[in-house]
Design a protein. Structure first.
Lengths: 193, 194
């Protein structure tokens, strides 16, 4: 059968109606009018039959069952996401607490540590001067001089601070800083030979 | 606020529909499982923000978008669609088993329809699946895909004719080819609208 490339005159009006009839979305006079036309028009009759057949064919395709493994995979992904969120939250909380604790210690050492004695005040001034000298030595790329200034200007005063303030927070900090600087100074000394 | 139990209940109720839409859109069980998993994970993440009466539409829309993204990523050609055995795929269906001969004939017919459906372009394929396989009303489809009702009707009518032409090769083959030439623009436009 040779297909008609364009519908016969008068069939344009029914082109959209065919789908409504197939879907059952039209009734009464409008439907009756189309049915009457279909009986006399081979083009519209053929289009109607083929569209109805296509609709029926699609309706024969079944609903499928989603494998249980898919839901299990979704659950697993959720558990991982929850764990990651918890870890991130915990880490964030830990960092926040650490920063807050550092701020408290930094802002309130005078409440816990004894008032610096004139000796300590002088030592702090010495440390500042030593840092300035150290900065200059490093700027001049003078490693040996820098190592010496590090030990004499920072390490030794800090060790004295530790002995002065003892078990206070400031003392603990000084002890830790002293140990670190000592290590750096030793390394620098050995490198410079 | 959606509880875990409520979300899980929705997933249990809707997963088969999501999977069915994904399978007939993508033509592969493996792809359908990936798409379904992605859709349901997104649902878990977004459930708090979805009104209960819009869940089904949200799932339809998201499944369609996930499938389109998958199609783009894997650059599926028409020929590569539906590479799995349709018979094997359709055996996953929940259906009664008639007598062997009738069953074989019906299966063969379904395979052909499955194949031809897979050869259609978006959005025609998805719209036909939603309307003819899943039985959604025009208004439900329009709501789910956030598409004007008139546009849904036009696409469905055209998709139906394309499929009919494939199932009945003597029907206006030239017309089908003409519509194929505009498929990329239509698919892209649909994807952006969705």
């Amino acid at each position: 059968m040779t297909p008609e490339p364009t519908p016969p005159a008068g069939c344009d009006a029914y082109d959209g109606v065919i789908d409504l009839v197939i879907d059952g979305d039209i009734d009464g006079d409008a439907r009756a009018q189309f049915e009457a036309h279909r009986k006399t028009c081979s083009h519209c009759a053929r289009v109607y039959e083929e569209l109805a057949r296509a609709k029926q064919a699609l309706a024969s395709l079944p609903m499928l069952e989603c494998p249980d493994g898919v839901v299990a995979a979704v659950d697993a992904e959720r558990r991982v996401a929850r764990r990651t969120t918890t870890t991130s939250t915990t880490r964030y909380a830990a960092i926040t607490l650490a920063v807050a604790a550092a701020l408290v210690i930094a802002l309130m050492p005078q409440e816990e540590a004894p008032q610096p004695t004139p000796t300590e005040a002088e030592q702090i001034a010495d440390v500042r001067a030593a840092l300035s000298e150290l900065r200059s030595a490093l700027a001049d790329n003078n490693t040996a001089s820098a190592a010496l200034k590090l030990r004499r200007g920072l390490v030794e005063p800090l060790e004295k601070t530790v002995s002065a303030v003892g078990d206070t927070k400031l003392g603990e900090w000084s002890a830790t800083a002293s140990a670190m600087l000592n290590a750096v100074a030793s390394t620098s000394s050995s490198k410079s030979g | 606020m959606a509880t875990s139990q409520a979300i899980r209940r929705v997933i249990d109720q809707q997963r088969h529909r999501v999977y069915t839409l994904a399978y007939y859109t993508l033509g592969s069980h493996a792809d359908a499982e990936d798409a379904t998993q992605e859709t349901l994970v997104r649902f878990w993440r977004s459930a708090d923000r979805i009104e209960p009466n819009r869940v089904e539409g949200w799932l339809v829309r998201t499944t369609t978008n996930v499938c389109i993204d998958l199609i783009r990523k894997r650059s599926r050609s028409r020929e590569s669609f539906g590479t799995e055995s349709s018979e094997q795929s359709l055996n996953a269906a929940r259906s009664e088993t008639p007598e062997p001969a009738a069953h074989a004939a019906a299966n063969e017919s379904r395979q052909q329809v499955d194949q031809e459906l897979g050869a259609l372009d978006e959005p025609f394929r998805s719209l036909l699946i939603l309307r003819e396989i899943q039985g959604l009303a025009y208004s439900q489809i329009a709501d789910a895909l956030e598409m004007p009702l008139t546009q849904v009707r036009v696409y469905l009518h055209r998709g139906r004719r394309m499929l009919a032409a494939r199932l009945t090769p003597t029907l206006e083959p030239g017309r089908t080819k003409t519509e194929s030439e505009t498929k990329d623009a239509q698919t892209e436009a649909y994807a952006h609208d969705a």
